[in-house]
Design a protein around this ligand. Structure first.
Ligand code: BG6
Length: 468
């Protein structure tokens, strides 16, 4: 029988972005400094081409035109952004009226544009004064997050239906606390897992606040809460040793099962916690935490998928600072690479995630909350009409959509697809290095938007749900 490569009619097809990466106006309207603003001021050399967090892609100025592009030029039906903690609340935890007014205005414009709105809370963007109080290592800050979440639900719960507590809650522990890539560049596995643990508590407290408001009838009908994680299915060598398989178990446990278990069962995976503790990793567990975690179950899940995680047994099992090492990276000989970004392109990974979620977490509804192909500016060539010609982006998305359609046909409970960075945006220390957009942002021309050639293809698929 011929494959049915179409997406369901009620499948969400939209765009993902975040507040700190797009809004700009970082010092206006009562917004506090966040960790990216502080890092930009302290060491701009750490940012690609010395472009710090200040301007995003100027979305706060250009949002009306951008929403029109999403809806009419690209044919999308939904979009995600995030509410910046540092814009919504002041230092005393009170609502910043100007910040709240902006989000009300934006959300109304999204509605008016005919797009379904998905709102995330935290996207790596902690207010600096809270980071200086210990950030995610401090329970006081965890409580402050719970307050921020409750305030956001109270303020916007009458107008926003789809909520998420965190974007990629393993990535910040990894980048900021473990691998030392993000300011202030800590390199300590134990610290990273302690932060991951506290984020799990913060997530669960936010879900509790959401449920309380929901039971009190303070949220819109059908409101849903979820979590968005970078689910990178782990793979190892074709002929693995027991130690390679152990590397897979712990990689999967820390990156994937940690969150899947929390959001479906209200607990963290016992085998992973036990192994961490056996290897000397101390988690900041407090009496009563199990009851808090038990409230962390959600209505659905976002899966950010860019690439798989290929691992093998570690060459040595302890780092110089005494922290355990559970896996080393493994370069698959057959890997197809996006050489410009340095990430593997493996579209079948999304199918494998969908199939394992259907088997191990039956009933869990999820959607692809980010997927995309970023390349450097030099890689993008213009046609005679001045538009960027990017057939590789079409190939990338087509292949991923095909595997999503196959997964759905085989029983995966996947209900949507959001492309990351539909309009080129600022991305942390990579700034504008990797351009994901179907829409170009010209940094030399006041952030002018221009459709890339791939935009025509995207509109065709987004409006018909037929993957051609
Ligand atoms: C995702 C993040 O993991 O990757 C985004 O959620 C980020 O915030 C995106 O922008 C792309 O990252 P990069 O480094 O390729 O620009």
């Amino acid at each position: 029988m011929a494959e049915n490569l179409t997406l369901p009619e009620d499948f969400f097809f939209g765009a993902a972005m975040s507040g700190p990466q797009t809004e700009g106006r970082w010092h206006e309207g009562g917004k506090l400094e966040n960790i990216w603003d502080t890092w930009s001021m302290e060491n701009i050399d750490d940012f690609y081409n010395k472009v710090g967090s200040y301007v995003g892609n100027d979305f706060m100025t250009m949002y009306e035109g951008d929403l029109d592009i999403l809806k009419n030029d690209l044919g999308l039906d939904s979009m995600r952004t995030s509410i910046q903690w540092s814009r919504l609340l002041d230092k005393d935890g009170n609502l910043n009226p100007e910040g709240a007014e902006w989000y009300h205005r934006l959300f109304a414009a999204v509605r008016d544009a005919g797009l379904d709105l998905f709102v995330n809370l935290y996207h790596f963007d902690m207010p600096t004064y809270l980071f200086r109080k210990g950030g995610w290592e401090s329970r006081e800050v965890v409580e402050a997050y719970a307050h921020y979440a409750r305030t956001a639900f109270e303020e916007f719960g009458g107008e926003v239906k789809y909520w998420f507590t965190f974007n990629e809650p393993t990535v910040e522990p990894e980048q900021r606390y473990e691998e030392g890539n993000w300011w202030p560049k800590y390199k300590n596995f134990n610290r990273a897992r302690a932060v991951q643990y506290n984020i799990s508590i913060a997530h669960s407290m936010a879900v509790q606040a959401f449920r309380e408001l929901q039971s009190a009838g303070k949220l819109v009908e059908g409101a849903r809460i979820g979590l968005i994680n970078a689910f990178m299915p782990p793979y190892t060598k074709e002929d693995p040793s027991p130690a390679d398989l152990e590397a897979v178990r712990m990689t999967d446990g820390i990156n994937n099962r940690w969150w899947l278990d929390l959001v479906t069962k209200g607990e963290l995976p016992q085998d992973v916690i036990e192994t961490l503790q056996e290897r000397g990793c101390v988690l900041p567990v407090r009496p009563g935490d199990d009851e808090i975690l038990a409230r962390g179950t959600v209505d659905w899940l976002g899966c950010n998928y860019y690439q798989p995680k290929r691992v093998q047994a570690p060459a040595k099992d302890t780092a110089e600072n005494g922290c355990p090492i559970f896996a080393d990276p493994y370069r698959w000989p057959d890997a197809v690479m996006n050489e410009s970004r340095g990430w593997e392109v493996y579209p079948k990974g999304i199918y494998d995630f969908g199939m394992s979620a259907a088997k191990d977490y039956p009933g869990l509804e999820w959607f692809v909350s980010e997927n995309g192909m970023g390349v450097e500016r030099e890689y993008e060539h213009r046609g005679a009409d001045g538009r960027i010609q990017d057939p590789y982006r079409v190939d990338f998305v087509r292949q991923h959509l095909e595997w999503i359609a196959r997964a759905i046909n085989d029983g995966a409970n996947c209900v949507g697809y959001h492309y990351w960075g539909v309009i080129d945006n600022w991305s942390w220390s990579n700034a504008f290095k990797n351009r994901y957009g179907f829409v170009e942002v010209d940094l030399m021309e006041n952030y002018r938007r221009r459709l890339k050639e791939s935009a025509d293809w995207l509109k065709q698929v987004a409006t018909t749900h037929v993957i051609d």
